[in-house]
Design a protein around this ligand. Structure first.
Ligand code: PEP
Ligand code: MN
Length: 264
């Protein structure tokens, strides 16, 4: 298998602008769950960059559990993230949910995100493989590690080896947290595969309070990066406010990660 360590011994490094996933650096992707306006994303980008984030994120097409929830700014959102990324010199990532929109989104972002709900949308996986853009492949919320790696195999066998895996929590009997962050996956993926793996403690916990400790745990476990939801004003967020860090808390997390890196 193309994803396996047997096939390739040395780590794959996925480069997006100045962010190198799978290298000695630990790039952090930060930004709001959803792009809500130019001002909101610009402010998030300024705060993310000031704190040391390597990439800016924001969803334009939001796969919401309820069809009545905010679905994203769609094409307008893509224009916003493209503009803000250029203005701030930050590479950007946004989610693609529809095979018919892959080219449109690929033209506006530096990395394509496949969300948890679409990890096994094989038509979509084959379509992102064709673009040759780096792909952030989130783990399906009920996917085994094997199934997750096979999803990556679809992208690689389609001709795109620029895949970053993202552990974002799985569904278990525990309901105190939104999901159960499976940090086992980090060393296991590093053992089974040469692909970089990053961790998203925001969706993994569902509450801002647990994001910083789990982000630190992820790095200690060997993660190649982090995805952190951060909003200029989480209480006003149109999606995932409860799990979003304030810019202040995000800056503090980045400082703590810096300290952690000196002891690891
Ligand atoms: C997101 O990153 O905002 C998102 C929708 O993530 P997931 O697919 O992991 O739920
Ligand atoms: Mn979200």
């Amino acid at each position: 298998k193309l994803v396996s360590r047997e096939f390739q011994q040395n780590n794959t490094v996925v480069t997006v602008g100045d962010a190198h996933f799978g290298s000695d650096s630990i790039p952090v992707i930060a930004g709001p769950c959803a792009i809500e306006s130019y001002d909101q994303l610009y402010q998030a980008g300024v705060d993310a960059k000031a704190a040391g984030a390597a990439m800016l994120r924001g969803g334009a097409y939001k796969p919401r559990t309820s069809p009545y929830s905010f679905q994203g700014l769609e094409k307008d959102g893509l224009e916003i993230i493209k503009t803000v990324g250029r203005e701030l010199g930050l590479p950007v990532v946004s989610e693609v949910t529809d095979p018919r929109k892959v080219d449109l989104i690929a033209d506006c972002v530096d990395m394509l995100q496949i969300g948890t709900r679409n990890m096994q949308n094989y038509v979509l996986l084959k379509e992102v493989a064709i673009t040759k853009k780096p792909v952030l492949l989130k783990r399906g919320l009920s996917a085994t590690i094997e199934e997750w790696l096979m999803a990556a195999e679809y992208i690689m066998s389609g001709g795109n080896n620029q895949v970053v895996l993202c552990e974002r929590g799985i569904r278990t009997y525990e309901t105190y947290t939104r999901n159960t962050l499976d940090l086992n996956a980090v060393p296991i993926i590093k053992y089974l595969s040469h692909l970089p793996v990053i961790v998203d403690p925001s969706h993994g916990t569902g509450s801002w309070r647990w994001v910083t400790p789990m982000a630190k745990a992820a790095i200690a476990a060997g993660a190649d990066g982090l995805l952190i939801e951060m909003h200029p004003c989480p209480e006003e967020a149109l999606s995932d406010g409860p799990q979003s860090l304030t810019p202040n808390n995000f800056a503090q997390l980045m400082e703590e990660l810096e300290k952690l890196s000196t002891v690891l």
